[in-house]
Design a protein around this ligand. Structure first.
Ligand code: ZN
Length: 95
């Protein structure tokens, strides 16, 4: 089984960063958009999970990779909150 470890870090970045964007909608559509936006902008990092112990060794040890993910995620959260595809503008803001 092949997995992209970056995906886990992108999910973690989403959970930790979305609180900084109170205007971000956070519905399933917007959440997926944020994850896809970020995943498309950082290089994938695939591992084989045939040996379970390999996974922990190949976590993103480089701060640089983590920073790149967070920068891309913040960029995505900002863009998507400005123009959510779900059309949600229900937070009481003027257009
Ligand atoms: Zn939404």
């Amino acid at each position: 089984m092949i997995r992209n470890v970056v995906e886990e870090h992108v999910h973690a970045a989403y959970e930790s960063l979305r609180a900084r964007f109170p205007e971000f909608c956070g519905c399933d559509v917007c959440r997926d958009d944020a994850l896809v936006y970020t995943l498309n902008r950082v290089p994938a990092r695939y591992v084989s999970s045939r040996q379970g112990s390999v996974l922990t060794e190949v976590s993103l040890e480089k701060d640089q990779s983590r920073a790149a993910i967070e920068v891309a995620m913040m960029d995505g959260l900002r863009k998507i909150s400005q123009a959510p595809r779900c059309g949600s503008r229900s937070s009481g803001r003027a257009p």
